[in-house]
Design a protein around this ligand. Structure first.
Ligand code: C5P
Length: 230
């Protein structure tokens, strides 16, 4: 089957962690390095696509030919995604979005109080960025690819996430393996995608994130062009 050129395709990718402010100097976050999302952006740009990379705070250089939009919080990532993904060809949610934000971040630095040994924070759920993109009306909805990092029952949770979030494809990986995945340069993955009559899957072996990224972009472009990927 011919490989469709992605010239003139617009691919939007979220990457890295988000930061949820407690006060002007503190935040809640996670250990996401952004490496997988940045590798995807680089691989997408090398196919000739226009690439918008919505990035949380990470220490990585912007891949060549990629337009990078820096954000901090999940709310900022959500609005950048809404703005850029409408009418795009492919949306890939690779960011490790923090699930909860502080309901009322303090305007000034939170002070320790002499007689209080505990501090109560009220957290509220952040919007599900990828589910909101997947729910866009057909005319402006891109093909939507998500990630599922799991420590057990990878296949079960991936199938559930694909259906529940309304995704077209999901990249699942087992983050319980020795060495870990966060911050690592290598990654194995299991792809699951929607077909006209159900679901299909493919296992991709452990390989450098840059090579894995090219495979994922190619499968997503195939799914977009042919409604299937070989
Ligand atoms: O539900 P969970 O966080 O495991 O789902 C992971 C997938 O959903 C990833 O593609 C991630 O980028 C996306 N996600 C999102 N917004 C959230 C939470 C997750 O886009 N608030």
């Amino acid at each position: 089957r011919p490989t469709q050129s992605s010239r003139s395709r617009h691919i939007v990718i979220t990457a890295g962690p988000t930061r949820e402010a407690l006060d002007p100097v503190r935040y809640l976050s996670n250990h996401s390095s952004g490496k997988m999302g940045y590798a995807l952006a680089g691989a997408a740009a090398r196919t000739g696509a226009r690439v918008s990379l919505i990035s949380g705070p990470v220490n990585l250089p912007t891949p060549a030919g990629v337009e990078r939009i820096d954000v901090d919080s999940a709310a900022q990532m959500h609005s950048a995604a809404q703005r850029l993904a409408q009418g795009a060809d492919i949306f890939i949610g690779c960011a490790a979005v923090v699930d909860f934000r502080v309901e009322m971040p303090a305007e000034h630095k939170i002070k320790k109080r002499q007689n209080e040994d505990s501090l109560t924070l009220i957290l509220v759920k952040n919007p599900d960025i990828i589910a909101d993109i997947a729910a866009l009306p057909t005319a402006s909805r891109p093909l939507v690819v998500g990630f599922a990092a799991e420590t057990q029952d990878v296949e079960h949770y991936a199938r559930d996430k694909l259906a529940r979030k309304g995704l077209d494809m999901i990249v699942a990986n087992d983050v319980s393996q020795a060495g870990g995945v966060f911050g690592s340069d290598d990654n194995a993955a299991w792809l699951l995608w929607k077909t006209p009559d159900g679901q299909a899957s493919e296992a991709l072996p452990s390989q450098p994130k840059t090579r894995l990224a090219s495979d994922i972009i190619q499968r997503a472009l195939n799914l977009l062009a042919f409604g299937e990927t070989p």
